[in-house]
Design a protein around this ligand. Sequence first.
Ligand code: PLP
Length: 389
Amino acid sequence: MDRDLASDRLGFSSLAIHAGQEADPLTGAVVPPIYQVSTYKQDGVGGLRGGYEYSRSANPTRAALEECLAALEGGTRGLAFASGLAAEDCLLRTVTVPGDHVVIPNDAYGGTYRLFARVYERWGVGWTSADLSSLSAVRAAVRPGETKVIWVETPSNPLLGVSDIAGLAQIAREAGALLVVDNTFATPYLQRPLALGADVVVHSTTKYIGGHSDVVGGALVVADGTGDLASRLAFHQNALGAVAGPFDAWLTLRGVKTLSVRMDRHCENAAAVAALLGSHPKVSSVLYPGLPGHPGHDVAVKQMRGFGGMVSFRHAGGEAAAVEMCGRTTLFTLGESLGGVESLIEHPGRMTHMSAAGSPLEVPADLVRLSVGIEDRADLLADLSRALG
Ligand code: PLP
């Protein structure tokens, strides 16, 4: 892509629409075509056109998405995968070996926890869960010489914990570890971890980046001024092979173009939902970083431009009432996932975070998680009020 587009001279929305996506040189098509192809004609052995050889290694539609995501996160390289977990797996296989240790959040996404506890542990990578919002707890969990990664989700799924990225980056640097930030909830529109000192950003692009609940995908973006980590990750992306397919990459690119306008509306609607829940007698607590009483509010103000579209709350009636409420909304659809234009409701303990049951990462049984969509605010509030009764 054009060098000017890659620079910070263009604003976020302009980059989302144009980075990696100049008009097709052959036809002038203003949207990158879906290169639904596995292999490419060579002009004599090794005579590749534009470096394309085989679509696991590189594909022009995927390359457009990767370039766009790198620009949005302010990184040097983006890599797109078949899912968020495929991106996490590629990263961990690149940067850890048996005998290494990682620090993970005590409130990570259930699937991320399962990857560490049920897959990597079997291959000899040890882990310690810690409260990542407490820098002293993280310092205590780090094992000098052994800890290779500090992994943080901020805001976290589903408890909306907030961690100080710049503070964690300093601890990671001192320990010789990488700071990995799962930026799925915030998106690069609200928070740019690489600018705060993180080494790698992870995304489930399934969520806000895709934004329309029609595609599963994942991404990594690296800061990596020297390019060494970026090239090791690119090697593993090809060697492991869990890449984003051309149509999935195209859908994700189509979604990301409107990320900023969607996020503004998600934030406004979520703030209104948090306010409604905060004054409701059937709600014992609301977890939303935009609320001044949230323990991470000050850090969120410092490092985010908005507080996002995710709101969790604890039902005063306990587990049974929380489960029942999830089945009673009509506009909020009962379902897993998040970050789409439509509002979703779920019970993390029995759905997305069931894999953490019985572990230090088990979530409260009375917890309900809302992915607040971009429908009309009055309709969303009316639906929740009705369902709470
Ligand atoms: N990270 C977070 C914060 C998530 O919420 C999820 C999925 O819900 C993932 C990673 C994994 O992504 P995927 O489902 O695309 O594999």
